[in-house]
Design a protein around this ligand. Sequence first.
Ligand SMILES: Cc1cc2nc3c(=O)[nH]c(=O)nc-3n(C[C@H](O)[C@H](O)[C@H](O)COP(=O)(O)O)c2cc1C
Length: 218
Amino acid sequence: MKAAVAISRSALFLGIFAALAAALIAWTWATTKTDIERSIREAEARQLLEIFPANTHNNSLIDDRFTLEANTPLLELRSERSGYTVRIDETVVGVILPATARDGYSGDIELLVGVTADGEIAGARVVSHKETPGLGDGIDTRKSPWILSFDGRSLRSPLQPEWSVKKDGGAFDQFTGATVTPRAVVAAIRRTLEYQALHRDRLFEVDPTHNTAVETGP
Ligand SMILES: Cc1cc2nc3c(=O)[nH]c(=O)nc-3n(C[C@H](O)[C@H](O)[C@H](O)COP(=O)(O)O)c2cc1C
């Protein structure tokens, strides 16, 4: 009898301990998940503001988003991603489009390309890549300013034969010993401009439900 009571007591303690441990794990997971989501959102908002700085618009870019499907022609996305509308009051002054260069040296290179209403690049940024450090990773602004050379470019400047790296007769630098990566990025940015030109009316139409919140940060 005594043994049975002792066993049930131990089982009860064990049960309580397990429940407390599970609650602690759930709480840690929930707070960490919120922190991670917040830092991803902050990083994304920062990149959008690098492309269209705060003084170029008065909407909250991170909140003024639309969905682009996987495999969208020209953008070549692997999965659904967001595009962003850039507004001054009622006027759409730009868009930021996601694009994938599937022909990077080590796989996909994910990009964001900002385009103004008159078809000029406001800025382009690499969101993620797996290119070789010291060879292909100069596409990242933390490693080199190379991608800033697209600012102000458009389908008119340079004209098509020159939308390639210098080694292929084009206008854009390659890196020493690494042509594959910049070649892929140049082509993906040019395709994004083509997408913008093709869908210009839809991308730049005024949406009455638009978000006019003043940007206060992420
Ligand atoms: C281990 C290794 C890693 C490389 N990584 C890259 C890279 O990340 N990006 C790149 O453009 N080229 C990289 N290269 C060089 C390419 O293989 C290629 O030689 C170079 O891009 C020139 O290409 P092209 O002959 O078509 O002009 C790498 C080469 C080696 C051996």
